[in-house]
Design a protein around this ligand. Structure first.
Ligand code: SF4
Ligand code: SF4
Length: 383
């Protein structure tokens, strides 16, 4: 029988990343009971942690790439094992060696686009502000109230551009003096960091930080919870502190200050999906719900898996660029859950979630069964 030899580098890499906490795992298995993967296939974070403890991780295997970093296991782990940080540490090793299993190979194309043009699509940097043409959007100048940072998907993706446009319409209606950076904006770098490409994350972050400082930016409004998370919780690693506001918080603020008036009804049954990086990672559960509750005629129905127990869409942790077989997509199940509570619309506040839900809607042939909307797309209709 072959004897499995530990890879010392795995143990060292995990230690260096602050992931020494793997040794605290006492194999209770609670992580596996809450992990969304186990609703579509077998996956064991408990086993991965055990293997990592002994340096026996197979870094060439797809298993280390599965975690969507949804945070569900981290909030239940009795030993604070920091599963996400450990998986990212392993991915750093795999990325360092250039070892990508077939389903993860698209990450390389995303990295190339981010390196050359600051976006994962490899689209020209100069086209970043094309969505804003004809919508009274100015270039940011020092002294403006807030910088609007739409992020990559609302800047380039045809479906998500509608979210950027809806946001601009709302800001203009509320009389907010805002601007964008256009070609000066880079991807925030959150997802590429989760794939283990620390160097590229740092490059993107440093360029963004320099642009923010050069332009006198103090307050930043974001559409994506992923931009929110990395600007608020990770950019301070570079000794900078900007005030970050997610659009769901800003809508709440504008309505409460009387700057945004809701003047129309929206007579639909909707359910709200908590994005992992807005909810579990940053504790923003109430503001989007409070905004929706202010709309006359709108009936807000909760899904059983909501707030802290929200069901991940499957796109976090860099999996937005991974290939996931149709029958393994979490978003399919989430659409079924929304339909199950009688919702006509599944509303959320994250470009990744919308991308995934729209894909599932097409795949499941649910065009006439349920609509998928960003919170801004509803607000723009009622103001
Ligand atoms: S929940 Fe925590 S302690 Fe329990 S098996 Fe998972 S990582 Fe280990
Ligand atoms: S963070 Fe989410 S996807 Fe990753 S192992 Fe934990 S529960 Fe599963």
């Amino acid at each position: 029988m072959d004897t499995e030899a530990p890879i010392k580098e795995v143990i060292e890499e995990i230690k260096e990343s602050g992931g020494d906490a793997v040794k605290f795992c006492y194999q209770c298995g609670k992580c596996d009971t809450v992990c969304p993967w186990n609703k579509v296939r077998t996956f064991s974070m408990r086993k991965l942690i055990r293997e990592a403890t002994f340096g026996l991780t197979e870094i060439e295997h797809e298993e280390i790439w599965r975690c969507t970093t949804c945070g569900k296991c981290a909030q239940i782990c009795p030993r604070d094992v920091q599963q996400i940080q450990n998986m990212v540490a392993l991915r750093r090793m795999a990325t360092g060696y250039g070892v990508f299993p077939a389903a993860i190979k698209p990450v390389r194309a995303a990295s190339a686009g981010l390196t050359s043009d600051g976006n994962p699509f490899g689209e020209e940097r100069t086209k970043r502000a094309e969505w804003a043409k004809g919508h009274s959007v100015q270039t940011f100048e020092e002294g403006m109230e807030i910088l609007y940072f739409p992020g990559c998907y609302p800047s380039y993706d045809a479906r998500l551009k509608k979210v950027a446009v809806a946001t601009a319409k709302i800001l203009n209606k509320a009389g907010v003096e805002f601007g964008i950076l256009g070609a000066g904006e880079n991807c925030c770098g959150e997802s590429i960091r989760k794939t283990g490409n620390e160097e590229l994350f740092k490059q993107l972050a440093r360029e963004n930080i320099k642009t923010f400082i050069d332009n006198g930016v103090k307050r930043i409004l974001v559409s994506s919870p992923h931009c929110y998370h990395t600007f608020r919780n990770e950019y301070p690693e570079f000794n900078v502190h900007f005030e970050i506001v997610h659009i769901s918080q800003y809508l709440f603020e504008l309505i409460n200050e009387g700057r945004l008036q809701i003047s129309k009804e929206y007579a639909k049954k909707i359910t709200y999906h908590d994005p992992c990086y807005l909810g579990r990672h940053n504790g923003i559960y109430d503001e989007p719900r409070e905004v929706l509750k202010k709309i006359p005629g709108l009936e807000l129905i909760e899904m059983p898996e909501s707030r802290e127990n929200s069901f991940c869409c499957g796109m976090g942790g860099g999996r937005i660029w991974a290939e996931t077989p149709m029958f393994e997509r979490f978003a399919n199940l989430r659409l079924e859950q929304a339909i199950g509570v009688g919702a006509e619309e599944l509303v959320t506040a994250c470009p990744y979630c919308i991308t995934n839900f729209e894909d599932s809607r097409v795949v499941l042939n649910y065009d006439d069964v349920i609509q998928v909307k960003d919170i801004t797309e509803i607000l723009q209709e009622v103001i």
